[in-house]
Design a protein around this ligand. Structure first.
Ligand code: GDP
Ligand code: MG
Length: 181
């Protein structure tokens, strides 16, 4: 079994975005199936893996959970983008600065992936904290959808914490079965 797994195709997925948006919790949830009780700030990069069964074939997702702080990135950044299969740009829907901060992450990606056409996804995390009475203090889905379309990304709203709402380009999927562990 382990040798079969080591042979299966590995897809490198880079997870980027400002500190505190939930990159570590999201990757933990995807790979360990639960919201972590406590998380330490990421230093450099952490790797988590998840094996998926797609049409009877096993694929390995290798998630690169990176630190948001500039000081940890300088020397590493080129490694992050080498042979990457997809990039997740994560922001916190309750924190507009983390949404504006995405421009610099998009720019980092552009600079480091010249000539590569990498599928990119916009992930609005902490959907469980949305408060309908405070829409002005949050990042609206229309805003996110428009950012995603300008930058050629697909948008998902999610939550690492609670079995979440999932929105694909603004269409709210039914909560049942929309999030597959
Ligand atoms: P990172 O710096 O992007 O890796 O962010 P972390 O994963 O370390 O999360 C930062 C904080 O946000 C932690 O206190 C988490 O418990 C919290 N958090 C992360 N994701 C969610 C979420 O989906 N919902 C809620 N309510 N809190 C979250
Ligand atoms: Mg982290």
């Amino acid at each position: 079994w382990s040798s079969a797994l080591s042979r299966c195709r590995t897809y490198k997925v880079l997870v980027i975005g400002d500190s505190g948006v939930g990159k570590t919790c999201l990757t933990h949830r995807l790979c360990a199936g639960q919201f972590p009780g406590r998380v330490e700030a990421t230093i450099g990069v952490d790797f988590r893996e998840r094996v998926l069964d797609v049409d009877g074939e096993k694929l390995k997702l290798q998630l690169w959970d990176t630190a948001g702080q500039e000081r940890f990135r300088k020397s590493m950044v080129q490694h992050y983008y080498r042979n990457v299969h997809a990039v997740l740009f994560v922001f916190d829907v309750t924190c507009p600065p983390s949404f504006s901060g995405l421009l610099s992450w998009v720019e980092e990606c552009r600079k480091n992936s010249v000539g590569q056409d990498i599928p990119r996804f916009l992930v609005g995390n902490k959907g469980d904290l949305r408060d309908p009475k405070r829409t002005r203090e949050q990042v609206g889905q229309e805003q996110a959808i428009s950012f995603a379309s300008v930058h050629g990304m697909m948008f998902f709203e999610t939550s690492a914490k609670n079995p979440p709402l999932k929105c694909v380009n603004g269409q709210r999927a039914s909560s049942k079965g929309s999030y597959q562990q």
